[in-house]
Design a protein around this ligand. Structure first.
Ligand SMILES: *[C@@H]1O[C@H](CO)[C@@H](O)[C@H](O)[C@H]1NC(C)=O
Ligand SMILES: *[C@@H]1O[C@H](CO)[C@@H](O)[C@H](O)[C@H]1NC(C)=O
Ligand SMILES: *[C@@H]1O[C@H](CO)[C@@H](O)[C@H](O)[C@H]1NC(C)=O
Ligand SMILES: *[C@@H]1O[C@H](CO)[C@@H](O)[C@H](O)[C@H]1NC(C)=O
Ligand SMILES: *[C@@H]1O[C@H](CO)[C@@H](O)[C@H](O)[C@H]1NC(C)=O
Length: 943
C-alpha cells in the first residue's frame, strides 16, 4: 500500500472507532436529511465517510450538541435541485452553497423552517424562479446573499420582516417590478447593505424607502430600469457612504438633500436622464469618486464648487454639457488622480497651474474646444488626452497629447522566455504552466480601489489567500490592463505554488476565503466553473483528520500517529522554491500593506557560521522537528539562538519570507523576539534572542535542574499569559499561536516566561476574525477539542491550551500521562466543598509539601474557565492576565516585582527557586511541532 493511502485509511478506521467510542452522534433527523442532500445534490466529498456527519470529519459540516449547525459547501461541485428536506435542519445557523453553478431550480419554501438561520449564502449558483415568501420567516437572518443567480419575479414584501438583516445582496439576477416598501425594504432599519444592481427593477424609487432611522451604508441600484426622480428623502440616511444609480432612466433634478450626506465617498449617477442645472454638492465633503456623466443637465460653466472638494480623487463628467474654461486651481486638489471631462464644450486654455496634484494619472479632455495648453518647463508625467480639440487640429497630431487614449495591452506573462503552455494551461508570471483558479472580480465602491497602484487588488487577494495557508504563487488580473480607467469588472487568475493545479480541498478553502473577503472588501468575487481536469488528484487527507477528545489511550496514540504522519506528509510535499523571494529585499522600504522589516537583520551564511564556530557540536543546544538549534555570539557580544532548518523542514522561499514578516512584527517582553534570518546557500535559518534557562517543560519535569515553588509558578503563568495576550490583542496582525505548551514557554535569566515558537502560528485573518478555517495543527493533549472538531481556529483555542498549561503547573504532570488526560482527571476530581478542592493527591510533589499554596483555588478556577468546552465561554487572554494579577495581589505579591530584579544567582537561591547541578540528557517528546526550540544545555550556573 502506498503512503498516500495509508493515512486516509488509518484516519478512516480511527473515525469509525471514534464513532463507536463516542456516543455523541448527530440526531437521526439531521443524518437522514444530510444523506438525502448528499444523494440529491450528488455530493462527492471524500471526507464524508462514516454515517455520522457530526463525527468531525465531514468537510463543511459543523455540529453542536449533535445537531448540524452549519453547512458550508462553496465550490464543491453540487448538482441538481435543493430539496424541501433542507427545511429539516432546524438548528441550522449557516447555509452556504455558493459557487455551485449547477445547483439550479427554485429555492424551496421550506427554507422558511430554518428559524435559527443567520447566514444564507447562495452566491453564483443557478437558482431561478421567485424568491419564496417564506424568506421573511427567518427572524435571525443577518446575511442574505443571493447574488449572481437567475432569480426572477419580485422581491417578496415579507422581506421587511427580517429585522436583524445587515446584508442584502441580490445583485445580478432578473428580479423586476417595483422595489417593495411598507412592507418591504424600508423596515430593514439595521441593514447596512442594499446591493440590488444588475436586475430589472422598474418604476420609481419609492420615497418611503428612506428614513432617518436607517443604518444603511451602501446603496447600489445601478443597472436597472428605474424611472422618475431620486427621492429627496435620501438625504435622511445619514450614514450612507456609497450611492450608485448609474445606468437607469432616472429623470428630474438631483435632490439638494444629498448635501446632507457628509459620509458619501462614491456618488455614481451616470447614464441616466437627470436634468436641470448641475447640482451643487459642496456639502458632500467626503466625496472621492463623483460620476455625473451622460445625463441631460443644462449647459453650464465648470462648477466652481468642485474646487472645494478636497478629497476628490476621480471626477467623471463626460457629456455633461460643460462649457468655458477649467479653472487652473482645480488641478491642485491634493488627492486628484483621474479627470474625465471628454465630450463637452470646454474651451480656452488648459492650464494645470504650478501646483497640480502629484497623484494625477489621467486628464481626458477629448472632444472639447480647447485651443491651447500651457505647459510648465517639465512636461507632466501622466496621460493627457486632447484629441479632437482645436489645439490638435492646429499642431497636427504629432504631440503626444493629441493621440487617443492608449489602451495598453501589456501582458506580464509575455516576459517569460519560453513560449506558451501545452493544452489549456496558462503561464504564470513566474513562467510556470498551470491551471489557475479563475473568476471575475466586480468592484462595488470604486473610490476604495486605488486605480493608480496596479498591484493593490491582486496583492490583496494573494495576501488573503496566503494568510489562509493556501499555496498561491501569484494572482494576476488580465482584463484590467486592457481597460485601465473604465471597468469595474476584472478577470483574475490565481496560480498555484510549485504545482500544476489546486486540489479540491484547496479550491474549497479558497472559495471560503474569497466569499468572506466580499463582506469586508469593496468587491465581489465570482469564480468560473471548475473543470475536472483543473483539479489535482492529491488526496484530501487534510480534511479527513476528524478527531474528538476521547478518554482512551489507544485513541490518543492513534491520533498522535495520525497527526504526526500528516505533518510529515505536508513537510515532504512542501517543495523548495527555487526563486529567491529576497532578491529585491529592501528592509528599509515598506510598501502599503507590507510589514515593517527594519527590526530584523539578514545574516549571511558566513556570519552565522563564524559566530557558531562553524556550527560546532559544542554550540548545538538542542534539536527538534525543525532541525538543530545552535547557540551563537554576535560580534557585539549578543547571544543568539539559531534555528537551522533541516532539509525536510525547509519551506518554500515565499512561505519562509511570510514567516519572517510575521515574526518581525512581534515585540513583547514575554515573547521571544526574532533578531534576523539567513536565506542563502540553500539554508533557512531563523535567528532569535537567546533565552538562557530552557523550557518550562524541562523545569517542571526536573530535567533542567531548576526547581520552582508555587509563587514562581503563578508568575510564570502570568508571563506566559501576558505574552499570549499580546499576540492575540496587540500584535499586528494578531497572531493565534496554535501550539501553546510547556515546551514552547522559555525561561529567561530572571526566570520570567517567554512565549516561543511561531512555526505554526497564523495571523488572524482580518476579514473574518471568528472563523478562520484551517487544517488541524497543534500538539495532542493541548489541543482545543472545539477546534479540532470544527477545524475553526480562534484565539480561544490558545486559551484552552493555556488552561492545560496551568494544570501542568499545578500537577507537574504531562497533559496525557499514562493514558490519562489531565483535564478530565482534574475535572472529575474537583470537589469544591473540600480544602484545596480535594486535589491534594494530584498536586506536584515539588510544591505539595512546601508552604501553603495561597490562591490555589482561584488558580484552579481560572484554569477550568480556560478549559470550558465552548470557546465562547472561555475568557480572553487579557482577562486571564487580570485574574492572575488579582491572585498575586491577594497573596501579597506584586505582579510587577521581580521583573526588574537584578539577575543574580542569589535570586535563584531563595525557597522559590533552587538549582541542581546535574544536567539531564535531552530527549524530544514533542515531534509534532515543526520548529521546536528545545535546549540541551542550560546557562544556569551562577555567574
Ligand atoms: C450611524 O453610524 C453611527 C456611527 O457608526 C452609529 O452610532 C449610528 O447608530 C448610525 N446610525 C444609524 C441610524 O444606525
Ligand atoms: C438632514 O439630516 C437631518 C438629520 O437626519 C434631518 O433632520 C434633515 O431633515 C435632513 N435634511 C434633508 C434636507 O434631508
Ligand atoms: C447599461 O445597461 C445595458 C443593458 O441594460 C448594458 O448593456 C450596458 O453595458 C450598461 N452600461 C454600463 C455603463 O454599465
Ligand atoms: C454651493 O452651495 C454652498 C452651500 O450651500 C454655497 O455656499 C455655495 O455658494 C454654492 N456654490 C455655488 C457655486 O453655487
Ligand atoms: C478627507 O479625507 C481625510 C482622510 O481620508 C479625512 O480625515 C477628512 O475628514 C476628509 N475630509 C473631509 C472634508 O471629509
Amino acid at each position: 500500500m502506498d503512503n498516500k493511502l495509508k493515512l486516509p485509511l488509518l484516519v478512516l478506521l480511527l473515525n469509525c472507532f471514534l464513532f463507536l467510542a463516542l456516543s455523541q452522534t448527530a440526531s437521526n433527523d439531521d443524518v437522514e436529511a444530510l444523506n438525502s442532500l448528499k444523494d440529491s445534490l450528488q455530493i462527492n466529498i471524500p471526507s464524508w465517510v462514516g454515517s455520522d456527519p457530526c463525527s468531525g470529519s465531514w468537510e463543511g459540516i459543523t455540529c453542536k450538541n449533535s445537531r448540524v449547525v452549519s453547512i458550508s459547501l462553496p465550490n464543491t461541485g453540487l448538482k441538481g435541485q435543493l430539496s424541501q428536506n433542507i427545511g429539516s435542519f432546524s438548528e441550522l445557523d449557516t447555509l452556504d452553497l455558493s459557487y455551485n453553478k449547477d445547483l439550479t431550480g427554485p429555492l424551496p419554501a421550506e427554507i422558511g423552517n430554518l428559524k435559527k438561520l443567520t447566514k444564507l449564502s447562495l452566491v453564483g449558483c443557478g437558482f431561478n424562479g421567485q424568491i419564496p415568501d417564506q424568506i421573511g420567516s427567518l427572524p435571525q437572518l443577518v446575511f442574505l446573499s443571493l447574488n449572481s443567480n437567475n432569480f426572477s419575479g419580485r422581491i417578496p414584501s415579507s422581506i421587511g420582516n427580517l429585522a436583524n438583516l445587515n446584508w442584502l445582496d441580490l445583485t445580478e439576477n432578473e428580479i423586476g417590478g417595483e422595489i417593495p416598501v411598507s412592507p418591504g425594504l424600508d423596515t430593514l432599519l439595521k441593514a447596512q447593505h442594499f446591493h440590488l444592481g444588475k436586475n430589472k427593477f422598474s418604476g420609481e424609487v419609492p420615497s418611503q424607502l428612506f428614513s432617518s432611522g436607517m443604518a444603511l451604508l451602501h446603496l447600489l441600484l445601478d443597472n436597472n430600469q428605474l424611472t422618475g426622480e431620486i427621492p429627496d428623502t435620501i438625504g435622511l440616511v445619514q450614514n450612507l457612504t456609497l450611492i450608485r444609480f448609474e445606468n437607469n432612466t432616472l429623470s428630474g433634478l438631483v435632490p439638494q438633500s444629498l448635501n446632507n450626506l457628509t459620509n458619501v465617498a462614491d456618488l455614481i449617477l451616470c447614464n441616466n436622464k437627470l436634468e436641470g442645472p448641475l447640482p451643487n454638492l459642496t456639502g458632500m465633503s467626503s466625496l472621492k469618486y463623483l460620476d455625473l456623466s451622460s445625463n441631460a443637465f443644462d449647459s453650464t460653466d465648470f462648477p466652481q464648487w468642485l474646487l472645494t472638494m478636497k478629497n476628490l480623487t476621480t471626477l467623471r463628467m463626460q457629456e455633461a454639457n460643460l462649457s468655458g474654461q477649467i479653472p487652473a486651481g482645480f488641478f491642485s486638489l491634493p488627492s486628484l488622480q483621474y479627470v474625465v471631462l471628454s465630450e463637452n464644450q470646454l474651451n480656452g486654455t488648459l492650464n494645470l497651474g504650478p501646483n497640480y496634484s502629484k497623484k494625477l494619472q489621467l486628464i481626458d479632455l477629448h472632444s472639447n474646444s480647447i485651443g491651447d495648453f500651457t505647459q510648465q518647463n517639465q512636461p507632466p508625467s501622466f496621460t493627457i488626452v486632447l484629441e479632437s480639440n482645436p489645439i490638435c487640429y492646429e499642431t497636427g497630431t504629432t504631440e503626444s497629447f493629441c493621440k487617443p487614449l492608449q489602451i495598453s495591452d501589456e501582458n506580464p506573462q509575455n516576459k517569460c522566455p519560453a513560449s506558451g503552455c501545452s493544452s489549456d494551461k496558462s503561464l504564470s508570471p513566474m513562467c510556470h504552466c498551470a491551471y489557475p483558479y479563475t473568476g471575475t472580480v466586480t468592484y462595488r465602491a470604486p473610490s476604495l480601489y486605488d486605480w493608480g497602484n496596479s498591484t493593490s487588488i491582486e496583492a490583496d487577494i494573494k495576501q488573503a489567500l496566503q494568510s489562509g495557508g493556501l499555496p498561491v504563487e501569484s494572482v494576476v488580473s488580465s482584463t484590467r490592463d486592457s481597460n485601465p480607467f473604465e471597468c469595474f469588472d476584472f478577470i483574475i487568475k490565481i496560480f498555484p505554488l510549485n504545482k500544476d493545479s489546486f486540489s479540491p480541498s484547496e479550491i474549497y478553502q479558497m472559495s471560503l476565503v474569497l466569499l468572506n473577503l466580499s463582506a469586508y472588501r469593496p468587491y465581489d468575487f465570482y469564480p468560473d466553473k471548475i473543470e475536472p481536469k483543473q483539479l489535482s488528484n492529491s488526496s484530501n487527507t487534510a480534511l479527513l483528520i476528524g478527531v474528538a477528545v476521547g478518554g482512551s489511550f489507544v485513541l490518543v496514540l492513534l491520533l498522535l500517529a495520525g497527526v504526526y504522519a500528516f505533518r510529515q506528509k505536508l513537510r515532504a510535499e512542501r517543495a523548495i522554491s527555487r526563486n529567491n523571494p529576497f532578491g529585491n529585499w529592501d528592509p528599509s522600504k515598506s510598501n502599503c500593506g507590507t510589514p515593517e522589516l527594519k527590526a530584523v537583520k539578514q545574516f549571511s551564511f558566513k556570519e552565522l557560521k563564524k559566530c557558531t564556530n562553524n556550527f560546532s557540536p559544542a554550540n548545538d543546544v538542542g534539536s527538534g522537528g525543525y532541525g538543530k538549534v545552535y547557540k551563537g555570539t554576535l560580534p557585539s557580544g549578543q547571544l543568539i539562538a539559531i534555528k537551522r532548518a533541516q532539509k525536510e523542514s525547509k519551506q518554500g522561499g515565499l512561505e519562509f519570507k511570510a514567516e519572517i514578516e510575521l515574526l518581525s512584527r512581534v515585540h513583547h517582553k514575554n515573547v521571544v523576539s526574532l533578531v534576523g534570518f539567513c536565506f542563502e546557500e540553500g539554508e533557512q535559518m531563523l535567528v532569535y534572542e537567546f533565552v538562557p534557562n530552557g523550557t518550562l517543560k524541562d523545569t517542571i519535569t526536573g530535567k533542567s535542574g531548576i526547581r520552582f515553588g508555587w509563587h514562581r509558578r503563578i508568575k510564570v503563568a502570568l508571563g506566559a499569559a501576558s505574552g499570549l495576550a499580546y499576540l492575540h490583542e496587540h500584535a499586528d496582525p494578531p497572531i493565534i499561536h496554535r501550539d501553546i505548551k510547556s515546551n514552547n514557554i522559555l525561561l529567561d535569566e530572571k526566570l520570567d516566561a517567554k512565549v516561543a515558537d511561531f512555526g505554526l502560528s497564523k495571523p488572524i485573518l482580518d476579514y473574518d476574525k471568528d472563523h478562520v478555517t484551517t487544517q488541524v495543527k497543534g500538539t495532542m493533549g493541548y489541543l482545543d477539542p472545539e477546534y479540532y472538531i470544527s477545524q475553526q481556529v480562534t484565539e480561544k483555542s490558545d486559551v484552552y491550551s493555556f488552561g492545560v498549561l496551568m494544570l501542568e503547573l499545578i500537577t507537574g504532570r504531562k497533559p496525557i500521562d499514562r493514558g490519562k488526560y489531565i483535564v478530565k482527571v482534574v475535572r472529575n476530581s474537583i470537589d469544591k466543598t473540600k480544602d484545596m478542592y480535594g486535589l491534594h493527591e494530584l498536586i506536584d510533589r515539588a510544591i505539595r509539601d512546601g508552604s501553603a499554596l495561597n490562591g490555589f483555588e482561584k488558580f484552579v478556577d481560572l484554569a477550568m474557565m480556560c478549559l470550558e468546552e465552548s470557546g465562547a465561554d472561555r475568557p480572553p487572554m487579557s482577562d486571564v492576565v487580570k485574574e492572575i494579577e488579582i491572585i498575586l495581589h491577594s497573596i501579597g505579591l506584586d505582579p510587577a516585582a521581580d521583573q526588574s530584579e537584578p539577575s543574580t544567582s542569589s535570586s535563584f537561591q531563595h525557597n522559590e527557586v533552587s538549582l541542581e547541578s546535574s544536567h539531564q540528557p535531552y530527549s524530544s517528546e514533542s515531534l509534532y511541532s515543526s520548529s521546536e526550540y528545545i535546549q540541551k544545555h542550560h546557562e544556569h550556573e551562577p555567574r
